[in-house]
Design a binder for this molecule. Structure first.
Ligand code: AMP
Length: 449
């Protein structure tokens, strides 16, 4: 294969600058709302021991059965440690970290958020990739219906900041305790005795391994049979029903509209009680931009002390898609304010210092420091869509002046060289200077990543 034929692997994509502005905008909204609500940022490795996902998410889920990306090691000592897998989601890793770092000693609940890539070896299609980004909120250490509502409220704020909330519909359900689901699964299996033959092969297998997944099966034959099958809500105990009623009441209090959806189960083993998803108003489950739920058993499943928790994960590519559909244009902070053009060795030296000083003052500045003619440098300035050009040729160096050109107006004037910076700053306006320095925000976590 020659170099030029290399492409991104199937199901992955480059995040080019024009899309990156959307991702940065989403991260900003997430960080802002997370900080307001006391969440702290965490970052876990991109790969983990595969058993973390197998135990937590469940061996018979699509994510583990078919979609886990394995990481193999050539080193025999590491092979003994067992296999690794790229993380398909963030929750299980965050819980592993909670246990590993004794976070149960901290004041509870521990509220964490994370942003990063996840990997699922799925069949790629629109909105479904093998590498995609999630942002994620977790509240670990307490169970209270008001926390479920508060978590949903933070997500709501983010979606509202991104101006896509009105394109989405919050679906909510309560799937009860593991015991409730055990009874329901037994009833479901009973119901299907003698009817297995009518199920498509895949669903017949699921009936054995993870019958809950029949509820959101895409197969028409299964859907028909499911219609008259026992329903999960018939098996909920009183506590679960009360819990659900409380969650809904708190959502009402917070002014959050939702749709109750008894068919929503979110197939992973670790969920109990509240589950929820944000669906596209028109296309529904296919394009969910995020989902979550209460996962009280997970930390014990991973070897920790029994610890209740709830979380949410949003898909960033699907969020970007929604923003584009809604015509939301995030601010582009990468604009070029000034293009510096020069000619001759003396001019070049003066321009190097000028460019550096402009940048220090918060002016986005680029300069053509090659040997091209002034005319072609001006063309470049146009292509970079610079607002102003500062032009320094041999004559200007001699006379200690510089030419300032307003690119949109097509007008230029000659000014004393030392006036160049104050004049540019006046034209741009103090408010538009990029004067952020890393020291402004030490400890506040306003990193761009
Ligand atoms: P899940 O917990 O599996 O529902 O994932 C949470 C969110 O991540 C989903 O609602 C999607 O927005 C997003 N997501 C999940 N899998 C993929 C994928 N393969 N490609 C793109 N986004 C995904």
């Amino acid at each position: 294969m020659s170099q030029s034929t290399f492409r991104t692997p199937k199901g992955t994509h480059d995040l080019l600058p024009e899309d990156h502005v959307y991702m940065t905008y989403i991260k900003k909204a997430v960080r802002h709302r997370a900080r307001q609500a006391g969440y702290k940022r965490i970052e876990t490795p991109i790969f983990e021991h595969r058993s973390i996902f197998e135990r937590g998410i469940g061996e018979h889920t699509d994510i583990v059965e078919k979609e886990l990306f394995m990481v193999s090691s050539k080193h025999s000592a590491e092979q003994e440690e067992g296999d690794f897998a790229l993380r398909p989601e963030l929750t299980a890793s965050i819980c592993r970290s909670y246990i590993e770092h004794g976070m149960q000693q901290l004041p509870q609940p521990v509220e964490l958020y994370a942003i990063g890539p996840c990997f699922r070896h799925d069949r790629p299609q629109k909105g479904r990739y093998r590498q995609f980004y999630q942002y994620d909120f977790e509240i670990i250490g307490l169970r209270d219906a008001s926390l479920d509502a508060q978590l949903i409220h933070v997500v709501h704020k983010v979606l509202s900041d991104l101006q896509i909330l009105d394109r989405l519909r919050l679906q909510v359900n309560n799937i009860g305790t593991a015991e409730n689901r055990g009874q329901f699964v037994a009833a479901l299996k009973d119901y299907f005795i003698g009817k297995e033959r009518n199920l498509p092969e895949l669903d017949r297998k699921r009936l054995e391994t993870n019958p809950l997944r029949l509820l959101d099966s895409k197969e028409e034959d299964t859907q028909i049979l499911i219609k008259s099958a026992p329903k999960l809500d018939q098996f909920l105990d009183d506590e679960s029903k009360e819990y659900h009623a409380n969650v809904l009441e708190y959502l009402d209090t917070l002014g959050i509209s939702y749709q109750e959806n008894p068919g929503l189960v979110r197939g992973l083993d670790y969920y109990t009680q509240t589950v929820f998803e944000y669906w596209d108003e028109t296309t529904g489950a296919q394009n969910a931009v995020g989902g979550g739920g209460r996962y009280d058993p997970l930390i014990a499943m991973l070897g920790g002390k029994e610890t209740p928790a709830i979380g949410f994960a949003g898909g960033m590519e699907r969020t970007v898609w929604q923003m584009k559909q809604a015509g939301v244009q995030p601010p582009d902070k990468d604009q070029v304010d000034v293009f510096v053009a020069q000619l001759g060795p003396e001019a070049k030296k003066k321009c190097l210092a000028l460019i550096s000083e402009l940048r220090d003052k918060g002016v986005h500045t680029i300069g053509a420091l090659g040997e091209a003619s002034l005319k072609s440098q001006m063309r470049l300035a146009d292509k970079f869509a610079a607002r102003f050009t500062l032009l320094l040729g041999q004559v200007e160096v001699k006379e200690d002046v510089i030419i300032l050109r307003d690119m949109a107006a097509g007008k230029q004037k000659q000014i004393p060289f030392k006036k160049a910076i104050p004049e540019i700053i006046k034209l741009l306006g103090d408010r538009n200077l990029d004067t952020y320095t890393i020291n402004d925000h030490i400890g506040e976590g306003v990193d761009e990543d």
